[in-house]
Ligand binder design. Structure first.
Ligand code: GDP
Ligand code: IMO
Ligand code: MG
Length: 429
């Protein structure tokens, strides 16, 4: 860490997304001056619950409901003006001061209407092999970013924005023809796009790399909030069934323009079991009643798309991999309350492939190997955990489960979440 007084803590998902990042970022916000998103876009759905109300955020950081917190959408994020304006209106109606507290990087790439169409076209073309994308235009927008032909938020203020836009659209139309994807009404999509841009321009846009480094110089404390999960990382996830950004802690440095020396700690979030939305390998997936129980009790339906999530037991091979990749200093365990009432709680500690060969790491051919998990069984707990506010009240078997996990992963579990509400959170001593 540097000798400036400010620092960055990174909080990120260690599984396939939806670990509960929104809830925890909101819970931790009082300890920070700034909450910043560094990657992803409106493919994310981060749920927060407080005072009996639920809020879902997609692009806005999860500190927005705290009065004096700066919320920054960093350069690494891809931003859809239409969806962002809808989200801003929703969030303002719920009482947040978005005009004052939200800052958007001029370097954040813009999701155009045709990026969303291209997402749908590409998935349609892939057929059985489709990724299960959220269809928010994420892949096509990052493709243009890295192909050096994207538009960025700052371009919205330039006199020749319309010309730059038209050049992109012409390219996209040609691609759509290639995909044989012609059934769309671009004109109405463009109307809502340009209307949203007109409104969005009245919010605060900044050169975020200077903005965030100035805040660090002033001694401010920053919470960098990840989106998606480590197993959806573009480099290290189950490629090609991944998202298009780096979801691990390294993504923070490029997604905000903050040097690694400013990182104080990395907080990794995981569910006490596993879920996945969309296609791709999931060795500990359950297809029996236990899977259905997890889905119903954990209300495992997508916050963004409403899709039922695939459910399974905790996968320690994947969890250890994610901890290694991000240098996780402390763990935050979510949704243990959902496991109450299972006689046995299983944890995947290794994989078996089609030939019965066993591994306990994630190899290159993870996608094709057809892995299923090898499990250890733990005695379950029947007590309802949702009203517990201190670790002394944890049932013995639950304590044992926590200790065993800490030993296996080699990282302490500092926070245990026992329900969706902000208040249902236990910080361990
Ligand atoms: P995120 O994308 O990582 O922010 O997670 P999501 O919001 O997509 O999904 C997490 C879901 O679990 C949301 O519906 C939360 O309200 C809910 N949730 C978060 N923590 C807990 C918990 O400890 N127990 C229970 N039962 N639900 C939780
Ligand atoms: P949060 O931040 C869970 C999944 C999609 C699909 C793949 C690629 O709420 O945890 P994309 O739209 O990025 O092209 O989809 O990644 N996915 C998520 N799954 N939580 C998310 O975000 C996700 N964002 C993308 O289901 O399989
Ligand atoms: Mg989510």
């Amino acid at each position: 860490m540097s000798n400036t007084t400010g620092y960055v803590d990174v909080v990120l998902g260690l599984q396939w997304g939806d670990e509960g990042k929104g809830k925890i970022a909101d819970f931790l916000t009082p300890k920070y001056d700034v909450v910043a998103r560094f990657q992803g876009g409106p493919n994310a759905g981060h749920s927060l619950e407080m005072n009996g109300k639920k809020h879902v955020l997609n692009t806005i950081p999860s500190g927005i409901f705290h009065e004096n917190c700066i919320n920054l959408i960093g350069n690494g994020v891809v931003m859809d003006p239409v969806r962002l304006m809808e989200e801003i209106r929703r969030t303002e109606a719920a009482g947040a001061n978005v005009k004052k507290n939200l800052y958007i990087s001029r370097k954040a790439n813009i999701i155009l209407p045709t990026h969303k169409l291209l997402d749908a076209a590409s998935e349609q073309k892939k057929g059985d092999q489709k990724i299960g994308s959220t269809l928010r235009g994420i892949g096509p927008t990052y493709r243009d970013k890295y192909g050096r032909s994207g538009l960025r938020a700052g371009d919205m203020f330039s006199d020749n924005f319309k010309q730059k836009y038209e050049a992109c659209i012409e390219r996209h139309k040609a691609l759509m023809t290639h995909y044989d994807f012609t059934d769309f009404d671009l004109e109405s999509l463009e109307n809502e796009f340009f209307n949203a841009i007109d409104e969005l321009k009245s919010y605060q846009f900044v050169d975020s790399e200077y903005f965030v480094n100035d805040l660090l110089k002033q001694g401010k404390k920053i919470l960098a909030e990840g989106a998606q999960g480590s197993m959806l990382d573009i480099d290290f996830g189950s490629y090609p069934f991944v998202t298009s950004s780096n979801t691990i802690s390294g993504g923070m440095t490029v997604g905000l323009g903050v040097a690694p020396k400013h990182i104080r700690s990395v907080k990794g979030i995981f569910k006490a079991y596993c879920t996945r939305v969309g296609s791709g390998p999931f060795p500990s997936e359950l297809f029996d009643n236990n899977g259905e129980d997890l889905r119903q009790k954990g209300f495992e339906f997508g916050a963004t798309t409403g899709r039922p999530r695939r459910c399974g037991w905790l996968d320690l091979v994947a969890l250890k991999y994610a901890v290694m990749l991000s240098g996780v200093d402390e763990l935050i365990m979510m949704k243990s309350d959902v496991l109450s009432g299972f006689d046995k709680v299983c944890v995947g500690t290794g994989y078996k492939n089609h030939q019965g060969e066993e591994v306990d790491t994630i190899p290159f051919d993870f996608v094709d190997a057809g892995f299923t998990s090898r499990y250890t069984e733990h005695e379950g707990w029947s007590e309802d955990l949702t009203a517990i506010r201190s670790e002394d009240e944890f049932p013995e078997t639950f304590k044992n489960y926590i200790h065993w996990l800490e030993q296996e992963v080699g990282v302490p579990i500092k926070v245990v979440s026992l329900g969706p509400d902000r208040a249902q959170t236990v910080v361990r001593g």
